[in-house]
Design a protein around this ligand. Structure first.
Ligand SMILES: Cc1cc2nc3c(=O)[nH]c(=O)nc-3n(C[C@H](O)[C@H](O)[C@H](O)COP(=O)(O)OP(=O)(O)OC[C@H]3O[C@@H](n4cnc5c(N)ncnc54)[C@H](O)[C@@H]3O)c2cc1C
Length: 362
């Protein structure tokens, strides 16, 4: 049976490992951190994902039933229905990785990949804790993927990346609910503050995740823009204690997905919604799809068909929508008027529906 190394124990790597281990493969996850570990993330996931991935209620910080959309320039607030949950990524990732381990995947934590040498058959993977051998490598190591860099894949272009800044602000549950409601996510739009991005206040149980994000070419001065945003939401976060700060990139464009026994999944491939920055569901879905397609290709001994089938399944699941959103994103966020138009449409339609319609008329 082929051996597989998955680099990265985020949602992409762990769901892929679980899928492959359940199908009898020898899978090792190499993760540079020790789980559970903090990961900058709003931690919002849609209800469908809770059900599909059987996420237990014990790791949920808060359920939400609506999104409150704030249009700053026009001082307009729109409520949109939207169900889901907020979690700490430390909890979600530890849970998914434990489930992969329970299915038979081996986890090597505190282990960083430092070099990859292609052998006649398979790979030798050098890490901070020794060498590993495998027939396949799955790059699930996020937006700055070391695996793909070492294997010579192209980097994300500047306009395929957004910068985010997050502050985690601790406050009591009562104060959070008084200021933000008990089941709402707050999203802020405005060219001046966010360029081609947006800001958010996502309430966990007793912490508000304050976030700001914008595509790299459109940033005026990230620290200043973040500061201006926090001043604007001062009444919501005042008196809170800053417990964590982080800056992190998000891919907003898809790069290659496969080359010669190296498979990219999740953020490493660029599977993030360019309009919303949502990436957890696509990380999980791509992990599962990669695992299923790999099993099929190996079982049928048709490895040359892997790429085509992987791309086809991704396209059916979400890839076309992400590409459409990437193409219309600059226009949707191009002016306060366009943002308002999008917000109004989003109130009653799914963002994919709007994106596909705008894309077809482009
Ligand atoms: C501020 C912010 C807010 C976000 N909010 C949301 C949200 O609310 N909802 C949502 O759906 N998405 C959100 N996203 C996107 C989401 O976080 C990502 O799409 C998701 O984490 C992708 O999962 P992944 O498994 O592909 O990669 P990651 O979660 O990045 O995991 C990669 C793993 O690889 C490990 N790794 C990296 N390099 C190495 C190496 N050399 N060797 C070994 N291990 C390595 C890392 O330690 C990490 O554990 C947000 C992103 C950001 C930055």
């Amino acid at each position: 049976m082929d051996s597989i190394i998955i680099v990265g124990a985020g949602p992409a790597g762990s769901t892929c490992a679980e899928t492959l281990a359940k199908n009898g493969f020898q899978v090792t996850i190499i993760e540079k951190e020790k789980l559970p570990r903090y990961k900058a993330c709003g931690g919002a996931i849609p209800k469908e994902m809770l059900d599909k991935f059987k996420i237990p209620s014990e790791i949920i910080q808060r359920y939400f039933n609506s999104l409150t959309l704030h249009h700053i320039a026009n001082n307009i607030v729109i409520d949109r229905k939207g169900e889901g949950a907020i979690l700490w990524r430390s909890d979600l990732d530890a849970f998914l990785t434990q489930r992969a381990s329970n299915s038979g995947a081996r986890l090597e934590e505190n282990t960083s990949v430092t070099n990859i040498i292609r052998k006649k058959t398979g790979f030798e993977i050098k890490t901070t804790k020794g060498d590993f051998k495998s027939d396949w490598i799955i790059a699930a190591d996020g937006v700055n993927s070391t695996v793909l860099r070492l294997c010579g894949w192209r980097k994300f272009l500047r306009n395929e990346l957004a910068l985010t800044i997050t502050h985690e602000i601790a406050l009591s549950k009562q104060i959070i609910e008084k200021r933000l409601g008990s089941d709402q996510l707050h999203i802020y739009f405005g060219k001046q503050y966010f360029g081609t991005g947006y800001g958010w206040l996502f309430p966990k149980k007793d912490v508000i995740s304050v976030g700001w994000g914008c595509r790299l070419p459109d940033i005026r001065n990230s620290n200043q823009q973040f500061q201006e945003f926090t001043e604007m939401v001062h009444d919501q976060i005042k008196g809170g204690k800053l417990i964590k700060k982080a800056a992190h990139l998000v891919p907003v464009g898809v790069r290659s997905i496969y080359r010669d026994r190296i498979i990219a999944i999740g953020d490493a491939a660029g599977f993030v919604d360019p309009l919303s920055g949502k990436g957890i569901p696509y990380a999980c879905l791509s992990g599962i799809i990669a695992g299923q397609v790999l099993k099929k290709a190996i079982d049928k001994n048709k490895l040359d068909e892997f790429k085509e089938l992987y791309e086809k399944k991704l396209t059916q699941a979400f890839l076309t929508a992400l590409i459409a959103k990437r193409d219309i994103q600059p226009e949707v966020y191009g002016s306060d008027e366009n943002i308002l138009r999008f917000m109004k449409l989003w109130q009653n339609h799914r963002s994919t529906e709007i994106a596909m319609s705008l894309w077809k008329n482009k």
